[in-house]
Design a protein around this ligand. Structure first.
Ligand SMILES: [Zn+2]
Length: 251
């Protein structure tokens, strides 16, 4: 099975500082065709008391609130799956290093996307619950949110950024706040550009003219009839006044 695999491990794309796509061999990769991306969570083996669905719902807000992007991510439901699925599966892996190949002492999470054509059709997000030093139970809540939001970025189709201020910087572990950098905003807006003209919104003259549900400008005939109705009382008034004046003051 072909899939794109990324982790928080050292991965420096050979490019100028900019967002990258989560695909090294498909420059036309465009993430998910449906911009409403959802996550199913398998909480088996996850740390007791850790609200993984709640963490996901909190972490995805930064991606959902980009004004120039239409992507909407949400928690969907629980699952018992540990494999690729659409929507994306999230689960806690006890054999994290063996399954992902990432160092369980440094990498708290990993993500993989299954492509078809230029789009993602499946996603898998692994959380490290191994005996290593990067077990997610050893991180505070803010760090967990940063880690999950970073992996969600991979699921959306983004690769690593060389910008240290970006959430998608390869080393997200040291970040103290969950925020997006301009590079992240540029990346998600590139993959999921917001189209203001969808949904028949009143955002442009072209749309107004093309909408059958909106009032049209009056036609030439209608305009002439309206003007006649407005001017007729004035005409009648002027005629009456002229006639009266003629009666009082005959020439
Ligand atoms: Zn990463």
């Amino acid at each position: 099975m072909r899939f794109i695999f990324v982790t928080l491990s050292v991965f420096l794309p050979n490019m100028a500082a900019a967002f990258t796509l989560n695909s090294s061999n498909d420059s036309l990769f465009r993430g998910w065709q449906n911009s409403e991306v959802t996550f199913n969570v398998n909480t088996a083996n996850c740390p007791t008391g850790m609200d993984i669905p709640g963490l996901i719902e909190e972490a995805v807000k930064v991606w959902n609130n980009v004004p120039t992007s239409r992507v909407k991510i949400s928690y969907n439901s629980s699952t018992s799956s540990t494999t690729f699925a659409s929507p994306t599966t999230v689960y806690c892996e006890t054999n994290f290093q063996g399954v992902t190949g990432a160092d369980q002492d440094y990498v708290p999470a990993a993500a993989a996307v299954q492509p078809s054509g230029h789009y993602a059709i499946g996603g898998l997000l692994y959380l490290n619950v191994s005996g290593g030093q990067a077990n997610i139970s050893l991180y505070d809540r803010t760090s967990l949110l940063v880690i999950i939001a970073h992996e969600v970025g991979h699921i959306l189709g983004l690769g690593h950024s060389q910008e240290p201020s970006a959430l998608m910087y390869y080393n997200a572990g040291g970040k103290q706040h969950l925020t997006l950098g301009q590079d992240d905003i540029d990346g998600v807006s590139y993959l999921y550009p917001r189209n203001e003209f969808n949904g028949d919104k009143m955002m442009g003259c072209g749309l107004l003219r093309n909408s059958s549900s909106l009032p049209r400008h009056p036609s030439g005939g209608t305009f002439a009839m309206l003007m006649l109705l407005l001017l007729l009382p004035l005409f009648v008034y002027a005629r009456l006044r002229f006639s009266v004046s003629s009666f009082i003051d005959p020439p």
